[in-house]
Each structure stands twice: as C-alpha cells, then as structure tokens.
Design a protein around this ligand. Structure first.
Ligand code: PEP
Length: 255
C-alpha cells in the first residue's frame, strides 16, 4: 500500500508572530521541491492566518493544535472546527499534553474528532502510553483504549481523513526517542487495532506517525520502520534547518 509520508511540526505555545513567520518561510525555502512528503505546520491559534498566508502556494499546509467539539455558541475561550476549516487542513486531537496536563478525556477527544470531521478538517489523533503504563506492561492496552475511544464515532468513510500519531509520553520533549523496534512494534499494533475496528484494507491505508524526540539524526531510522508513515515533531520543528533535515530524511526513503 502506497502511503504518502506526512511530517507535521507542532509548535505548541511557542514562537512570537515574527518568529512564526520566519520559521514558516525557512521551512518553505528548505523543502521547496519535496512534494513526495506531506508537510504540515501547526502554529499557535493566533498565528494560523499569518502562517497560512506565508506558505500559500508552497504545498505546505497548516494545522491547529486543538479545537472544541461544538461549532459555535457560548463557549468562552474555545475555537470551533468551523472557524479553523478555512485556514487549516488538519487539527491535532488528543495530544498527551492535553490529556495529561489539561485533563482531556477519551470521550471529549471522540466528540472533537466528530466535530472536526463534520467541518472538513482532517485529524491527527494522538495516542500513547506513559512510562508508568509501559513499565507495568500496559502500553498496548492504553493505546488500544485511546484508539478505540477516539475512533468511536468514525465510520469507514471517514478514515481517509484520519492520521494516527503514536507518541509515547515518555519520549515527548525528553530527548529520548523510542527505539526503532518499539516504534515499529507499536505502529504495527496500531495498524492491527485499526484492522479490528475497521478492516485490513482500511488499516493498510491509514497513515501512522511516530512522535517523541524525533530529530535530524534519528529521523531516517524511525521513518524507515515499515509501519511508520511520518512523524509528529515538537522541539525540532521550531528550527527550520532541523525540521527541513527531518523532511529530507523522509523524502530520501521515498526516492
Ligand atoms: C510532540 O509534542 O508531539 C512531540 C513529539 O514533541 P518532541 O518532538 O519535542 O518530543
């Protein structure tokens, strides 16, 4: 199955407007001719419009880091999928920082996935276990639970607008990436869970990213795993040279 690799940079709550624009410009320049890779920049909400303008015509698209599960109304401080859809192609849902720092539940993630889809946004659905859960031998159980819950309202026809990001919490922002064996094993486990939830053909068509301390120097081996179809990158996406190196590492595997 030919799955186009997808490299997405989650800037989290970082960058000033000037830094965001310079970063977007830098990534654009660094990856001008890399059409084989889907490239997504995910800035903080207030910079989405400006970054969208900066990358226009480059093939790079823009994503949001979160959205609410309603399209409008009295929800002070929230941003709806309908508001994002004209400017974004993706929304990240269920990121570990939202689950573990901000207390987001599986049910909320599932409702957001549905709302995002109904506005035409594709979803990067994040799943992953904590160190404690891994050490207790519960990594697969947690990932299966997050996946099944997050995809609870997803019908077969919606699966092409879903990307799964396997992000072990212990690897995010720590500088310690999963080994290629662990990344491949869990990506394969995600794919087999998708086959159980949908069917094997669908599972083979869904892209699975690895996320957690991906850098220029480990990207090639992580992206070389047969079930890993891209990366969700935090820290290294804040530097255009580093992010460009990761994108080129992905492109080298395709060419
Ligand atoms: C992330 O936040 O999704 C992430 C993978 O961060 P980092 O690359 O910094 O580990």
């Amino acid at each position: 199955m030919n799955r186009r690799p997808i490299i997405a940079g989650n800037w989290k709550m970082n960058t000033s407007l000037d830094e965001a624009l310079a970063l977007a410009r830098g990534v654009r320049e660094q990856t001008e001719s890399v059409d084989s890779i889907e490239r997504v920049l995910i800035p903080p909400f207030p910079w989405i419009l400006a970054v969208h303008g900066e990358v226009s015509g480059s093939g790079i698209t823009v994503g949001a880091q979160n959205c609410y599960m309603e399209q409008s109304g009295a929800f002070t401080g929230e941003v709806s999928p309908a508001m994002l859809a004209p400017h974004c192609s993706y929304v990240v849902l269920g990121h570990s920082e939202r689950r573990h720092v901000l207390g987001e539940t599986d049910d909320q993630v599932a409702a957001k996935v549905t709302a995002a889809h109904s506005s035409g946004l594709s979803v990067i659905l994040c799943v992953g276990e904590t160190l404690e859960e891994r050490e207790a031998g519960r990594a697969e159980q947690i990932v299966s639970q997050q996946l099944r819950a997050g995809l609870g309202n997803v019908s077969w026809g919606m699966t092409q607008s879903i990307v799964i990001a396997y992000e072990p919490v212990w690897a995010i922002g720590t500088g310690v990436a999963a080994s290629t064996q662990d990344a491949q094993d869990m990506a394969a486990f995600v794919r087999s869970t998708l086959a159980n939830v949908f069917d094997q053909k669908t599972a083979n068509s869904v892209r699975i990213q690895y996320g957690g301390s991906v850098k220029g120097d480990n990207a090639a081996e992580l992206l070389g795993c047969p079930d890993v179809d891209g990366a969700l990158v935090g820290g290294a996406s804040l530097n255009a040279d580093d992010f460009g190196e990761i994108i080129r590492a992905a492109a080298a595997q395709v060419n």
